[in-house]
Design a protein around this ligand. Structure first.
Ligand code: ATP
Length: 363
């Protein structure tokens, strides 16, 4: 198995300057608006974004179901424009994983291999290996309608993995499963990816799923890639307001740059309090400052610069979110552990956080 993220090797997938539009003149939709991404070999790479942002279109261009208006797709360094979908060394798993209903699990898994003309012994061998890998050896002779949703999804995965594609594209494959099963399958999928060393390109609109499973995530909005990074980078250092809002809960406060000195920004936020932030070259003097709810604390006094009144207390199991209405009307959420906050609705409180907990966002 190859080392992950080895920068020296040829990317498994390199898309450069991809543009894809649908429709004509007055009602033209730009589904992909100049998208460039390198996905490394053996990576679990996730395309994350809201409905309609272009995730599926990007997968379909890689798979060859659509052709781009402009831009290129390289697989392992080679142009593949001329290759129809079935000739590309990629396989796709869709959300609707339609198994063949009247044949056994084993025959479903071997189906594509027969189409490829593999000989019988080699197919039997590959099917056994796949059954073992997705832990369905005991159910090899069942028909799909005798399986649970999660088991059916595992058959679909085994079927897609059986021909040993170099790249597996997965379009919201877990969306149809209930939450508990989905969580189990997330771990299962990650294990399969580790075991096979196949490059996975995974599409989801579920940020938690993306954070749990991915080596790297590309966050997309309106046909563009806004940020690419490891889950921790995307969560801890979102560069755009959209990314910050989309991934987890976050407080976003409008701020004004008071001055810039020695690589630092001094930013004034609500109520006149100051935050000192690293100056990463942002041009505008009006910007947004973001703070994760778990990085802030509350004190029982309404006197600090960032002060307000508790207007909601929401217990969610492992912790509690306390919503504070700041003096300028902005809602600020602070997350605490456990269920006892010692606070009541209407209490005057002040919000505190370290400068290092605050991030500057591009709008
Ligand atoms: P979802 O999560 O809902 O599947 P997505 O991020 O995968 O969304 P796409 O399916 O790639 O988004 O769609 C991107 C945009 O392109 C949308 O505005 C969609 O309506 C449009 N689009 C996609 N396919 C076509 C098509 N065949 N004809 C016209 N418009 C299309």
């Amino acid at each position: 198995v190859l080392a992950k993220n080895d920068a020296d090797e040829v990317p498994a997938i390199s898309v450069q300057g991809l543009v894809k539009t649908f429709g004509h003149s007055s009602n033209q939709i730009t589904a992909l608006d100049d998208v460039s991404i390198d996905i490394q070999q053996n990576e679990f790479f996730t395309l994350l974004g809201p409905s309609g942002c272009g995730k599926t279109t990007l997968l379909r261009l890689i798979a060859g179901f659509e052709l781009p208006d402009s831009g290129t797709v390289l697989l392992h360094g080679e142009g593949i424009e001329h290759l129809p979908p079935h000739m590309r060394p990629v396989n796709t798993v869709f959300q609707s994983y339609a198994l063949f209903p009247h044949i056994s699990v084993a025959d479903n898994i071997g189906f594509g291999l027969r189409m490829l003309g593999w000989d019988k012994a080699k197919i039997t061998n590959a099917v056994e290996k796949m059954l073992d890998m997705v832990r369905l050896s005991d159910l090899a002779n069942r028909q799909p309608d005798q399986l649970s949703g999660g088991q059916q999804q595992r058959v679909a995965l085994a079927r897609a993995l059986a021909p040993a594609p170099r790249v597996l594209l997965l379009d919201e494959p877990l969306a149809a499963l209930d939450l508990k099963l989905r969580k189990e399958m997330q771990i299962e999928l990650k294990r399969l990816q580790d075991q096979t060393g196949i490059t996975f390109v995974f599409v989801t609109h579920d940020q938690e799923e993306a954070l749990t499973m991915s080596d790297r995530i590309a966050v997309m909005s309106a046909g563009r890639v806004l940020q690419v990074g490891q889950p921790k980078e995307i969560y801890n250092a979102p560069e755009h307001r959209f990314v910050a809002d989309f991934i987890g809960d976050i407080n976003v406060l409008p701020g004004q740059v008071k001055h810039r000195q020695n690589g630092k920004l001094v930013v004034m936020i609500a109520g006149g309090s100051e935050v000192h932030l690293p100056d990463d070259g942002i041009q505008s003097d009006s910007l947004f400052v973001a703070v994760r709810p778990e990085k802030a604390t509350l004190a029982k006094s309404g006197t600090g610069a960032l002060s307000g009144v508790v207007n909601n207390i929401v217990f969610f199991g492992s912790g509690t979110n306390i919503h504070v209405s700041l003096s300028d009307g902005v809602d600020f959420v602070v997350q605490t552990q456990g269920s006892e906050t010692g606070l009541s609705l209407g209490d005057a409180v002040s919000v505190n956080f370290a400068d290092s907990a605050a991030k500057v966002l591009r709008n």
